[in-house]
Ligand binder design. Structure first.
Ligand code: C2E
Ligand code: CA
Ligand code: CA
Length: 658
């Protein structure tokens, strides 16, 4: 019985251990008491269980790492899995995982697990990297070795006598280092050494994948030029701040910055100089803000600063003033000085908007007002002025695409000789039809187009359209007289305008004498030298010039004498005076007389009543334009209008002959 008992006992224990192991208890071992065959079998079982346990643990760690890579786990989680596995594998007290070596060894991350304590810190890994980078293989040394430097204490304190240094390599490039604390003589059995290398290899793949993802993230969220967060990342971060549930109570400010004369620098000196200015501007903005402020570049010359926690607007104000002063300082790019400056619009949240979109829109509106008020200043957002500002922004945005969408149209308002009532010509007037905004008056959108320089493109379109329309009229044998087109101050500064005008005229076979240009005195005064030269040139080529809105500008008589023009357009405000009383009407008569004294033709515009018409005729005004005769009309209507007059004149001529 004793003999049977001596065999059955160990057999039962071995059976149970084998079952437990199969059920997943990898730590299970048999206690060995006898030195017989069962003892040998027990040893063999324990060895096998140990080896298999380590291998299964290894496989599990590998699959955990893969899972983390695939499911977007964090780099810390992967470091944790690696460290825990190595602690189990080598029964060490401390393991450290160093990452981020590929960018800058003087700044690496070290993730340490030491007796259940986890620390994640920034370290200088230069010495470690230099040493393990040179050997490129697993090395074991005593904790007192100089390689370890200040990190030795960690392992010594944990009770490890040696440290294995495992380089993490991807294509022979050092991506990280794993430090495993060892006890005893510090020898690592061949099997564990192999496992360390295997895990390091998988870890390298994980790091590469994180790096790739980070690069993609940077690409999508950061501005290439300045390295600042882009619009997307700004929106994400801002959303966290303002739209966080229960985020009420956090108040902050958003500053919307737009450089003032950046476009000029870019146009005149080229994009590479413009880029340098932007980089410098970004550096200045960052240097004037605190660490927890967000500085982003929205694109172009627009930046945003978010101050996440400010309770007093004075703080925001002083930041804005500092930013403005820094950006007004000269920008030096390769020996050249540029003066740029900026305008800033400010919103406070949550007061000025509860969503990211509203905040950005309102800050933009405030920035516009700062620009309008004379640039190089800041404006706080103000609810009352909002609607107007918003419409301007919306109109300007829509206007950019109006040409491409074919929403612009040229109308024609006929002009007549006062003496005979015959058609003398017409003024071309822009019309903008917008699907949602309806018909927008040129009095509203032309100033916007001038501000944004869109007027240059629009002006070219007007000239081209006008030349085509005239060609079509001529081809039908109709002669409407000269057509006047309105030209803005901005266009007078642009040499391109003159060229493109004559190009379209000759392209459609139109004589310069069929075209007139209307400019205001103010527009000429603003660009005195270039404008006078330009208008002189147009006149020499046969284009006649009209001074539009005469009497509303600030020109002096001596100035008028030197201006190159042929026609005075008496402003509607003077025509309006005609029916109001004898002395007021005299102003109109005086202007007409003066025009004639100067040898110019007079055109009265905005003539609405028969009595105004009579007065103007009696005063010797040459031409009238106004609702009394005809309103501005589409080209088709104008063609019909001209054809009717033409028939009428022919019939009268025929009658006279008879
Ligand atoms: P403007 O050059 O002084 O044009 C005359 C304006 O008076 C036109 O307004 C015309 O429709 C209006 N008008 C004509 N007769 C009468 C009348 O009897 N009574 C009244 N109440 N108004 C009359 P519109 O078309 O709205 O144009 C406004 C301004 O927009 C123009 O003033 C001009 O400065 C600018 N504009 C229009 N088209 C162009 C263009 O193609 N280029 C540029 N640069 N400016 C344009
Ligand atoms: Ca005009
Ligand atoms: Ca006018």
């Amino acid at each position: 019985l004793r003999m049977i008992g001596a065999s059955l006992g160990p057999l039962a224990r071995l059976t149970k251990a084998a079952r437990d192991f199969a059920d997943g208890d990898l730590e299970t071992r048999v206690k060995i008491e006898s030195r017989n065959e069962f003892g040998t079998l027990g040893h063999a079982f324990n060895n096998m269980a140990g080896k298999m346990g380590r291998q299964i643990d290894m496989l599990e760690t590998m699959s955990e790492i893969d899972h983390l890579i695939l499911t977007g786990g964090s780099i810390d989680e992967v470091c944790g899995a690696v460290a825990q596995h190595l602690i189990r594998l080598s029964r060490s007290n401390a393991v450290a995982v160093v990452t981020g070596l590929d960018d800058q060894v003087s700044q690496a991350m070290m993730y340490t697990v030491c007796r259940d304590r986890v620390v994640n810190e920034m370290i200088d890994a230069s010495a470690l990297a230099a040493a393990s980078g040179a050997s490129l293989r697993v090395d074991s040394m005593t904790v007192s070795d100089s390689w370890l430097g200040q990190h030795a204490a960690l392992f010594a304190d944990a009770g490890d006598s040696h440290v294995a240094i495992v380089p993490v390599l991807l294509q022979r490039q050092l991506m990280g280092i794993i430090l495993v604390g060892l006890q005893g003589d510090g020898a690592l059995p061949a099997e564990q050494l192999q496992q360390c290398e295997d895990i390091a290899e998988r870890f390298a793949v994980a790091l590469a994948s994180f790096k790739r993802e980070e690069a993609l993230f940077r690409q999508a969220n950061y501005d290439d030029l300045t390295g600042l967060p882009n619009r997307q990342l700004l929106k994400d971060r801002l959303k966290d701040l303002v739209e966080r549930p229960g985020g009420a109570g956090t108040s902050g400010a958003l500053l919307y910055l737009d450089l003032d004369r950046f476009k000029e620098v870019n146009d005149v000196y080229g994009h590479s100089v413009g880029d340098m200015v932007l980089v410098q501007a970004a550096e200045r903005i960052v240097s004037e803000t605190r660490d927890d402020d967000i500085v982003a570049r929205l694109g172009g010359d627009e930046f945003v600063v978010v101050m996440p926690k400010v309770s007093r607007s004075e703080v925001v104000k002083s930041t804005a003033v500092r930013l403005l002063s820094r950006l007004t300082d000269v920008f030096s790019v390769s020996g050249m000085d540029h003066f740029v400056g900026a305008s800033i619009g400010i919103v406070l949240f949550p007061d000025d908007g509860e969503s990211v979109e509203t905040l950005l829109k309102n800050a933009d509106a405030a920035m516009y007002r700062a620009k309008e008020a004379g640039r190089s200043r800041h404006e706080f957002f103000n609810h009352e002025l909002n609607a107007e500002g918003r419409r301007k922004i919306e109109l300007e945005r829509e206007l950019r695409t109006a040409l491409a969408r074919g929403d612009l149209e040229l109308y024609y308002q006929p002009q007549f000789y006062t003496e005979t009532g015959a058609l003398s010509g017409a003024e071309a007037l822009l019309r903008w039809h917008h699907d949602l905004l309806g018909d927008v008056s040129p009095a509203e959108f032309i100033p916007l187009a001038e501000e944004s320089d869109l007027i240059v493109e629009i002006g070219e379109w007007v000239a081209d359209r006008c030349a085509r329309d005239l060609r079509a009229l001529f081809d039908e044998g109709l002669h409407p007289g000269a057509i006047a087109i309105n030209v803005s101050a901005r266009q007078l500064r642009d040499e391109r305008f003159g060229h493109s005008l004559f190009n379209v005229l000759s392209a459609h076979g139109i004589q310069p004498s069929n075209i007139r240009i209307e400019v205001t005195e103010t527009a000429v005064a603003q660009n005195r030298d270039t404008a006078i030269e330009f208008l002189d040139d147009l006149r020499k080529k046969g284009v006649r010039i009209a001074l539009d809105d005469f009497g509303t500008g600030y020109s002096s008589l001596s100035y008028l004498q030197n201006m190159p023009y042929d026609i005075i357009k008496i402003d509607k405000s003077f025509v309006d005076l005609i029916d109001t009383g004898e002395t007021s009407a005299n102003i109109c008569r005086t202007v007409i007389r003066m025009a004639h004294e100067l040898g110019k033709t007079s055109i009265a515009e905005g003539v609405e009543s028969q009595s105004q018409l009579n007065f103007l005729r009696d005063s010797g005004c040459d031409v009238v334009q106004g609702y009394v005769h005809a309103r501005p009309m589409s080209f088709d209507a104008f063609v019909a209008f001209v054809r009717k007059i033409d028939l009428h004149t022919h019939r009268r001529k025929a009658l006279e002959l008879v």
